[in-house]
Design a binder for this molecule. Sequence first.
Ligand code: F6P
Length: 545
Amino acid sequence: MTSRTDLSEWQTLQTLAGTDGQRHMRDLFGRDEGRFERYSGEAASVFVDYSKTRITDDVLDALLALSKACGVTERRDAMFAGEPINETEGRAVLHAALRGGDRKFAVGGEDVTGEVKAVLSQMEAFCAKVHTDEHLGYTGKPLKTVVNIGIGGSDLGPVMVTEALKPYAIPGRSVHFVSNVDGTHLAETLKVMDPETTLFVIASKTFTTQETMTNAQSARDWFLSKGAGEADVAKHFVALSTNEDAVKGFGIEPSNMFRFWDWVGGRYSLWSAIGLPIALQIGWKNFRALLDGAAAMDDHFRGAPDRENLPLLLGLIGVWHRSFLGMHAHAVLPYDQYLHRLPAYLQQADMESNGKSVTLSGEKVAYDTGPILFGEAGTNGQHAFYQLIHQGTDVIPCDFIAPAHSHNELGDHHPKLLANFLAQPEALMQGRTAEEAKAELIAGGASEEEAERLAPHKAFPGNRPTVSMLVEKVTPMTLGALIALYEHVIFVQGAVWDVNSYDQWGVELGKVLAKAILPELQGGEAGTHDASTAGLIARINGLRG
Ligand code: F6P
């Protein structure tokens, strides 16, 4: 199999990295009045400006040629056709089917649309029963509080979305999330729970994850310790899973199980039964709108021509930054407090997907793959780590995301927020030369000598790439579209990097070793470890007595 680096398209981009990739965007904007129009677009109500990235027409043409040479379109079509593109697990990757509505999807030639609809109907009916107080707790009280117990993909998506869509929450209802196996997470959550009005949602694709099973068992013990009987568990515990046997084994009746399928990856599962806590919080109509927003982005990704295809373009620009210009990290900076968990969600989506270093055929990659993703809501991040983004030695491409309207138009808060959303990318692109800094210092009254001394500290290199994304408002529809946009960007990058974006073997070894160590912390015999681990185990055992 040809390595990506052997492709002439790859080599063209390597050459361009030394020429066009080094041009200052300030000059590119200065020489090209149409840059913004040419390098921006809209899909599914998400407007994207990628003009402040280090691209030229030649770079974009070369990236699109690389995409062709890597068969990105064919792989996309294979994904939507339900082919087993997750090759190391022999699975299809068909989260798009979950939100597809009347669009037809099949896995291995078998139509899955019917079973998707059946589970969605089951979820809808259950939400209706909870919301109309038909499904009551064991003492006859309404179930006003939901506690979702899950981790990773069975937590981060629902957490992010329920935070993002808080303005749509049904009054008088609340959703809480417990993920960490640290007992503190569950204990602190249960402190404010009333067992008579709490519904526990046990969310785990495999239903074997240590953290989730431990928390679920402890939640069940707590529930029973408060006066409820075994028979009451059925009213207060439901499961979201692909593993019916394990759900039964835990004591949850199959009628209280909402299933999904192995072709739904954990980090792509918020559209499935895993979205139940979202639907319980925002109601069915809004959950459906979230799915519809994502489906609209799917349609765009499948149907838009390459030069207008936003997931394709953003994915390729990300590859350009990472693999050709050597940028190691990527910041996601939502200028909307409701989106404050988006970076954490995307950390798993992106880093668990493309944090890979072997190709599909098992060879070591000869280029950089997935970046380190981090972020924080603006403007908070500005007062924390933006210093490094502006003046640090690493160049970190950033995504700036904002709604034109806030759900809380309070005085002039939103114009101020938007001014920052606009100013940061402008500053990152323009920078400020030492001469400009010196002139400003002198204009501000500094002496020539003082200005000379301070100018290097006050200069900004600029030429730091940013993508700005704008929606009218954060709604279920626009949020669905935004998330799907990121999912497809990750897909495109994985396809170009020739890695499997849909497995996660890298999380396994730690799990296996933790299982082996656990008995040693519970009075069992010492195992064989390196001196550091053995020393730490002995020290912990000494401290815990
Ligand atoms: O962290 C590894 C992982 O397998 C994730 O991919 C997944 O989202 C998470 O654990 C939780 O898995 P499950 O839903 O099976 O409990």
